[in-house]
Design a binder for this molecule. Structure first.
Ligand code: FES
Length: 106
């Protein structure tokens, strides 16, 4: 089970063991990360699962598909390491992944 660390806007660190096959969004919700609202349930239609991937990890992820890239244009406070957590599938290779969670997405 890969360990994922979420760092919330106030600096609080939440470490969790993720289930391979789940999405990063599901992992965040299961860990009680309130800022990941995930209003559309993970179908790439709301942008409320937006997160910032730690820069050293960003290039190791499967790049966003066109639908995700389009939706990222509408999220609050995007940067060059923005991703939609619902579009990232957890694999064992992601052990140690660090994710920064924006303050509010609703
Ligand atoms: S949960 Fe809606 S876009 Fe990810």
């Amino acid at each position: 089970m890969p360990k994922i660390t979420f760092i919330e806007a106030d600096g609080n660190r939440v470490e969790t063991m993720a289930q391979a096959g789940n999405s990063l969004m599901q992992t965040a919700v299961n860990a009680g990360i309130a800022a990941i609202a995930a209003e559309c349930g993970g179908v790439c239609a709301c942008g409320t699962c937006h997160c910032h991937i730690e820069p050293d990890w960003f290039g190791r992820l499967v790049p966003p598909a066109v639908d995700e890239a389009d939706m990222l244009e509408f999220v609050i406070d995007p940067d060059e390491h923005s991703r939609l957590s619902c579009q990232i599938k957890i694999t064992d290779d992601l052990d140690g992944l660090i994710v920064y969670v924006p303050e509010s997405q609703t």
